[in-house]
Design a protein around this ligand. Structure first.
Ligand code: F0G
Length: 351
C-alpha cells in the first residue's frame, strides 16, 4: 500500500509542472471507479461510474484547480477569479486558501445550489451574485482578468484541462485499457475536452490500445452544441450545466468527431430519473448535472448506439450533497413520533 499523493505527484511527468512549481494540493484525484450493476443490467453493457463527487470539495473541478492554482502561484499571482455555476467557485475558494491567495467569484444570482454557495463563503471567497447568466459572468471575469492583476482560473485557463485529463489516466490505470464508450455531462465543455486529451495521450504512448467514443450530454434547455447556436436564456434543473455559450465549444466538437462519438441533449425529466436511479438502485448520490451522463447512456442504449458487453464509463461529476434543496424536495416528508419504541415499530410497519 502506498498513500495517494494528489494528482500532480501521481502524474507529474504528464503535467505542465517543474521541480520548482509550488504544488498546491488537497490530495485530489484517485476517485473510485464503481461498477454500476443496475445500469449495466438495463443497457447490457459493463458500466462503471467515475465518482468525482469524492474529490476534496465534492467535484471534478479540484483536478483542474490543483494545477491552475499551483501555476498561478508559480507565476506570482496574488489573487484569482472565476465565473461559476457553483462547483468551480467552491474549488477555487478552497485551493486559494491553501495557497494564501485572494479569491473572487461571480455567480448567476439564484441559480447555484446551496451547498456550493456555502462552500465558497465558508472558504472566504469574495462572492458576487450577478443578475445574469453564467455566460454573462464568464464574459465579465475575462474582462476583469484582462484589465486588473487577477488570474483567471476558469477552464479557458489551459492548466485546468491539463489537470482534468488525469481522470482519463486513472480510468485506464484501473481498467487496464480505455473503455469503449465514455459518457459525460457537458456544460462549459472543458471536461469532455480534457478527458479526450487524456485518452489520446495514453493511447499515443502505448498505455491504452484504443480511445473511447466520447458521448457528451447537455440539458435540452441548455444545449447550444446540439442546437448549433448559442442559447441566450438557458434553462434546466441541472444548474451546474445551465450554460448557453460554452467556452470550449470547438474542443468539445473535436472530441466528439475525432472519437466517433456524439453530443446529445437529455431532458430534465430524464436527468431527474437518472438521479433517482443512481441514488436508489446504485447507492451513489450525485448532483443533477452529474446524472446527465447516465441519462444519456440510457438514451444511447435506446437509440441502439451501444453493442452488447461494451465497457462504458460514466463520469458522475459532483456530489449529491451539493444540492440538498433538490434532494429534499423530491423525497417524502419524514413522520414525527414520540419517544416510544412501539410507535417507531408501528411507523416502520414492524408491528
Ligand atoms: N457537472 C458538474 C457538477 C459541473 O459543475 C459542471 C460544470 C459540469 C458537469 C460540466 O463540465 O463545464 O467542463 O462541461 N460546472 C462549471 C462550474 C461550469 O462553474 O462549476 P464542463
Amino acid at each position: 500500500f502506498r498513500a495517494w499523493r494528489g494528482l500532480i505527484e501521481e502524474y507529474r511527468d504528464r503535467l505542465p509542472v517543474t521541480s520548482t512549481t509550488p504544488v498546491v494540493t488537497l490530495l485530489e484525484g484517485g476517485t473510485p471507479l464503481v461498477p454500476a450493476r443496475r445500469v449495466s443490467a438495463l443497457t447490457g453493457c459493463d458500466v462503471h461510474l467515475k465518482v468525482e463527487g469524492l474529490n476534496p470539495t465534492g467535484s471534478f473541478k479540484d483536478r483542474g484547480m490543483t494545477v491552475a492554482i499551483s501555476k498561478a502561484v508559480e507565476e506570482g499571482a496574488k489573487a484569482v477569479i472565476c465565473a461559476s455555476t457553483g462547483n468551480t467557485s467552491a474549488s477555487a475558494a478552497a485551493y486559494a486558501v491553501r495557497a494564501g491567495l485572494t479569491c473572487a467569484v461571480l455567480v448567476p444570482r439564484g441559480k447555484i445550489a446551496m451547498g456550493k454557495l456555502a462552500q465558497a463563503l465558508v472558504h472566504g471567497a469574495k462572492l458576487l451574485q450577478v443578475d445574469g447568466s453564467f455566460d454573462d459572468c464568464l464574459e465579465m471575469t475575462r474582462k476583469l482578468a484582462e484589465n486588473y492583476p487577477i488570474a483567471l482560473v476558469n477552464s479557458v485557463n489551459p492548466h485546468r484541462l491539463q489537470g482534468q485529463k488525469t481522470a482519463a489516466f486513472e480510468i485506464v490505470d484501473a481498467l487496464g485499457d480505455a473503455p469503449e464508450v465514455h459518457c459525460i455531462p457537458v456544460g462549459n465543455a472543458g471536461n469532455i475536452s480534457a478527458y479526450w486529451m487524456g485518452y489520446r495521450e495514453y493511447a499515443a504512448d502505448g498505455l491504452a490500445t484504443r480511445t473511447p467514443r466520447m458521448l457528451g450530454f447537455q440539458a435540452s434547455g441548455s444545449a447550444p452544441i446540439v442546437d448549433g447556436a448559442p442559447v441566450t436564456h438557458p434553462h434546466t434543473i441541472a444548474t451546474a450545466i445551465r450554460i448557453g455559450n460554452p467556452a470550449s465549444w470547438k474542443l468539445a466538437e473535436a472530441a466528439r468527431d475525432e472519437s466517433g462519438g456524439d453530443i446529445q441533449a437529455v431532458t430534465d425529466r430524464q436527468i431527474a430519473a437518472a438521479y433517482k436511479l443512481l441514488a436508489q438502485e446504485e447507492g451513489v448520490f450525485v448532483e443533477l448535472a452529474s446524472a446527465a451522463s447516465v441519462a444519456g447512456l440510457l438514451q444511447a442504449h435506446e437509440q441502439g448506439l451501444l453493442r452488447q458487453g461494451e465497457r462504458v464509463v460514466c463520469t458522475v461529476t459532483g456530489n449529491g450533497l451539493k444540492d440538498p434543496d433538490w434532494a429534499i424536495s423530491g423525497a417524502p416528508t419524514p413522520l414525527t413520533i414520540p419517544v416510544d419504541a412501539f410507535a417507531a415499530a408501528h411507523a416502520l410497519e414492524l408491528a
